[in-house]
Design a protein around this ligand. Sequence first.
Ligand code: AMP
Ligand code: MG
Length: 423
Amino acid sequence: MAQLTDDCFAFDGPLMPLEAMEALIKNRVVPVTGSEIVALADARGRVLAKDVIAPIDIPHFDNSAVDGYAVRHADLNASGETVLKVSAKVMAGQSAIPDVGAKEAIRIFTGARMPDGADTVFMQEDTREDSGSVVLPSGLKRGANRRLKGEDIVAGSIAMPQGRVLDAQNLALAAALGLTKLEVRRRIRVSIFSTGDEIVEPGTSLSGAQVFDANRMLLRHMLEQCGCDVSDLGILRDDLPTLERAISDAASSSDVVLTSGGVSTGDADYVKNAVEAIGSLVFWRIAIKPGRPVAMGVIPHSNGNRAAFVGLPGNPVAVFVTFVRVVKPLLAQLAGAVIKPQQPLMVVSAFDYRKKSGRREYVRVALRPRADGGFEAIKHPQDGAGVLTSLTETDGLLELPDNVTSVKAGERVSFFSYAALSA
Ligand code: AMP
Ligand code: MG
């Protein structure tokens, strides 16, 4: 069960810098408890619940990194070629390995166990075999092309720390350690609603001033990419009792109830009133653009669950940006995930731009390769927060720092790809 305190989202300042928001989430939001054991095949995207201690060394034994000849380095001439007798051959997987004697070489293949006495392997491409002997060039360092037991991971050490989000590489490491299952944190349960009298379900007919619901599709897929269990609870009319009932019901079994629309200060914005009636609500005026205030709340349910409530703006581009910068850190914290800060790609702006100081701004851009090997960022011509093609016809977002007021064409700027932002 989610267990948030009533005031965990409280914030006094007029405008909340992104760093302050991230710190608040880290300090006040408690990760959910509960874990389960899953097979490696089903573990991608899950969060490791406990440190994984390596049960074996990797490599498990000294072995050759190449196809070639294993020798004793002491037998090699310091200058000029060395000729050694080839005394045996060892293949990968062979467990009975002959020793290498003085002035002998052993034909060896990649992954084969190193013969006792041998400390160096010549790549076959650098050698010639000649009637039972091999001719070796000079200059190879002792230990070349040999992989030592434990050089990747030492048995007993932490191979993967708790909190790590399991990707293909980490799951390959778990398999290399001989593991078949891992203990992972339970998935975060998120219920999503759209709100608004004008919003209708795709597949039905559109009349008058209605718009098809785009936000639920956006949120469902972004949430699934974050590894959440999503309950899609449809569209809610701008009607207080309906909203109260639906949001309260969703709060019984969710860690997060996520809505879009209806949280500005217009008359028809009932979501705010509904959440205030059934729980507590604060507005976060986060210093980002796009992204009007985001409504944050805690909804206690009579069953003891205390769900987080997040009310995103209605415009799809604002939904995307606030999801990436506000909802994702909250989900990661609830999930107990330790997320590495994303590194931007530095690109060159192809346009002049002015912005207000004191807020971070995200600009939708396409990238074009430059003659110097870098990239330049071309701003999408439409920057309205409702223009969905500005997200589909571009490659990612420029992030312009809070204190900057203008960007000139040719300046270096930070770029985040959509792939990186949605991962
Ligand atoms: P609101 O925040 O409710 O004032 O909505 C802001 C704008 O976003 C309005 O033009 C809404 O019609 C639009 N909007 C709200 N919800 C959705 C949605 N689920 N899908 C597409 N557009 C939406
Ligand atoms: Mg509305």
